[in-house]
Design a protein around this ligand. Sequence first.
Ligand SMILES: CC(C)(COP(=O)(O)OP(=O)(O)OC[C@H]1O[C@@H](n2cnc3c(N)ncnc32)[C@H](O)[C@@H]1OP(=O)(O)O)[C@@H](O)C(=O)NCCC(=O)NCCS
Length: 165
Amino acid sequence: MTKQEKTLTMTVLMTPDMANFSGNVHGGSLLKLLDQVAYACAAKYCKNYVVTAALDQVFFRQQVNVGELVTFYARVTHVGRSSMEVGVKVVAEHLRTNDKRHTTSCYFTMVAIDEHGNSCEVPRLILETDTEKKHFAAAELRKKLRQESLAKSSALFVELSEDEF
Ligand SMILES: CC(C)(COP(=O)(O)OP(=O)(O)OC[C@H]1O[C@@H](n2cnc3c(N)ncnc32)[C@H](O)[C@@H]1OP(=O)(O)O)[C@@H](O)C(=O)NCCC(=O)NCCS
């Protein structure tokens, strides 16, 4: 049996076109890269087209600077029928000092889609190490919390009426 491809690493140099008005890297630029990494990791794992269904709260712990090298460490932590949780850890590295900072961690839910746009089954995740088992157990808990939080926030939802603008 071929080995499952569960992880993906991508390194990107932060260039001036990614900067915000303060000269640091724009949150949106990082979100775009995060989405690309999660897409590539999930698609490589299931060998299928995938879409982003959800992204858990993202907290930018530290700013990222233009000129730094940013590495995204992505891993498929959990698999349902058609969904995959992809955890991404972001580490920024100062090129001259080699100083490394963990700036963000977040979790995407990616869903495999067939040619008709319907969700489709993905390979079951084979847990080979204790770390993978820990990631899976934590992801199951996150999935449960996500579903509970979605149900609660749906109950609180107030439609923004276009007439108010
Ligand atoms: C994601 C999408 C395919 C889910 O469609 P759906 O009709 O709910 O599909 P299903 O009911 O078959 O659910 C598919 C999976 O998505 C998961 N899912 C659905 N809504 C979810 C949500 N809000 N958060 C996390 N996972 C979700 C389900 O739990 C299910 O997982 P499982 O198969 O592992 O059990 C659909 O909403 C979609 O295409 N969204 C647009 C995606 C997109 O365009 N993203 C780009 C950014 S805009």
